[in-house]
Design a protein around this ligand. Structure first.
Ligand code: SAH
Ligand code: SF4
Ligand code: F3S
Length: 525
């Protein structure tokens, strides 16, 4: 860590290293007996400046630093020998992928994974802050883990991910869950070795949350979850500041990885035999806007389409930045799949305006028209929020008609949840819960109906399925996804796991398809 990073660090406690574990027991006892105020004054020294929403919003036009020099200090490479780690992941694909990075770092430190909390020497909760219920799950889990920690003071219990970037969450953990050993933010993942070292040998809770715009750290190790599909970050952060959303504050500003770094990663994955990659970003259509040269997602996708990997997906698209160049490149097909997840959030232009989505119902529909013109078979899916402050019945009906008009084949639907520090949290959350629930139910019924109808069209068709493994319900059945992301269950030999095979659809359900493998047509690519 250089001096600049050191100054940026908002670490609460710099720990001396030497004291060992027997102290941990005493420490825990002392913590248990402390009042909340004592705890706060103990941890919040004057050097600590908690993450600040107002500051986060003032994006500086500073260049992003890209670091290619990640390394685990020699003395920390064996710290985990004979020890086990468990990471619980909440939230979006970004978090799933961050977990793969943390697993990679821990593996390089000698740790091995476990699924059993009783077996783990380190447990990390990689958290999500997007809605209140996401946060409640984590606090619930902390409650479950408390007895384990009290029984085994050597266990390192850490909280990371988006919730750690919130001031109120850090305060709540300090006050109510003092048995937590470690809190670190989304910008501090590469510091995991040092943080574990401090948590192991120090006496105090280690808190390191950099409230910053974010750099790019390349060359982080990754322990990917499977050998068939892989996530690839193309950018980090979000600058859209939709009025309801916490992500721009928890993930920093939009910053794109260099095209060559992404292409090298994809080539490497192709060489390792991966069959599908998903390019990741909160707003992938803004890819390249912060680069010093003219280069966008369309250009990147065109390069990636030349790489010998059978399937390329991308998520999440923001309608505002979805440009003609990208449509032109996607229309060429090849390994670029025509399933587009295009969150609309609402069908009412007035609600969209107060959400600060920067498009209207009309411009969204115009974008859909252009996409369909270029890719007549494209599958469109979306995200929708119901019960936004002041949403009238009429405005909700506009969402319903938009869902029908576009013909979304599936949708993630959410009840609005005010997030502290975001602009909309200052507005009265004035739609009663019964109304929100009723709107959600009606919307879900419509989405289910459209999904079932879209599925019916596959009856008797032959589709290409990337076989991921045995079905969760029946080990004799294999399952995988079509190019348009439909889950297919079928009987077939285990030897086709990891391959793309042709399956004839014999039965359709609301969310899944059943079929029979077309024996002769195992496609290697
Ligand atoms: N970057 C993506 C979405 C990331 S969050 C995009 O812009 O589309 C995933 C989804 O969670 C959002 O699309 C939105 O539908 C939902 N969401 C975000 N904040 C929310 C809130 N405060 N209450 C309810 N749903 C929310
Ligand atoms: Fe949140 Fe909007 Fe950014 Fe999506 S685009 S992450 S909804 S602020
Ligand atoms: Fe949740 Fe953070 Fe993703 S808030 S949705 S984990 S970016």
């Amino acid at each position: 860590m250089n001096e600049k990073q050191r100054l940026e660090s908002q670490q609460i406690n710099q720990k001396s290293s030497a004291d060992v574990k027997s102290d941990a027991n005493d420490n825990l006892d002392r913590l248990k007996n402390m009042s909340s105020d004592e705890l706060i004054s103990r941890y919040f020294q004057t050097t600590y400046e908690p993450p600040n929403m107002r500051k986060a919003k003032k994006r500086l036009k500073k260049d992003v630093d890209i670091h290619y020099d990640f390394d685990i200090p020699l003395e920390m490479r064996a710290i985990g020998k004979g020890k086990k780690f468990l990471i619980r992941t909440y939230g979006c694909q970004m978090n799933e992928h961050d977990t793969e990075v943390m697993a990679g770092i821990l593996t390089q430190m000698g740790y091995t994974p476990t699924e059993d909390t009783n077996d783990a020497d380190i447990i990390l909760l990689n958290t999500c802050a997007i809605r209140e219920n996401a946060e409640n799950k984590v606090f619930g889990e902390l409650g479950h883990l408390k007895p384990l920690k009290l029984e085994n003071p050597d266990l390192i219990l850490g909280v990371c991910g988006c919730m750690s970037q919130e001031e109120s969450v850090v305060n709540r953990i300090l006050k109510k869950h003092p048995f937590v050993d470690l809190i670190f933010g989304t910008h501090n993942i590469h510091r995991l070795p040092q943080l574990i070292n401090e948590a192991m040998f120090g006496k105090e809770m280690v808190v390191e949350v950099w409230s910053k715009e974010g750099d790019i750290i390349e060359n982080l190790p990754k322990q990917r979850k499977g050998k068939i599909k892989a996530w690839v970050n193309i950018m980090y952060g979000c600058d859209k500041f939709c009025t309801y959303c916490i992500v721009p504050y928890t993930r920093g500003k939009e910053r794109s990885r260099m095209p060559e770094d992404i292409i090298q990663e994809v080539r490497h994955l192709a060489a390792q035999g991966y069959k599908e990659i998903t390019l990741l970003g909160q707003n992938v259509n803004a890819y390249g806007k912060d680069l010093e040269f003219e280069y966008g997602l369309g250009d990147l996708m065109e390069e990636i389409s030349k790489i010998d990997i059978p399937r390329v997906r991308f998520t999440t698209s923001h309608p505002r930045d979805f440009d003609d160049r990208l449509i032109e490149v996607l229309a060429k097909g090849g390994n670029l799949l025509d399933h587009i997840h295009l969150p609309v959030q609402s069908g009412s232009s007035d609600i969209l305006r107060v959400m600060a989505r920067r498009y209207t119902r009309e411009s969204y529909l115009e974008l859909v028209r252009k996409i369909r013109e270029a890719m007549p078979n494209a599958t469109l899916t979306t995200d929708i929020i119901v019960g936004f402050p002041n949403e009238t019945d009429e405005q909700f009906e506009e969402t319903m008609t938009l869902v029908e008009e576009v013909g979304f084949e599936s949708a993630y639907t959410f009840i609005y949840s005010p997030r502290e520090g975001t602009p909309s949290a200052r507005w009265e959350d004035n739609i009663p819960m019964e109304v929100k629930k009723e709107r959600l139910q009606r919307l879900n019924a419509l989405v289910n109906k459209q999904s079932a109808e879209a599925m019916k069209k596959y009856q008797g068709e032959t589709v290409k399925v990337l076989v991921e493994g045995e079905s969760k319900k029946d080990p004799d059945v294999l399952s995988g996804y079509t190019e348009r992301n439909k889950l297919v269950n079928f009987k077939g030999p285990k030897s086709v796991i990891g391959e793309i095979v042709e399956v004839k659809i014999t039965n359709t359900k609301t969310w899944t398809l059943d079929g029979e493998m077309v024996e002769s047509a195992v496609e290697v690519k």
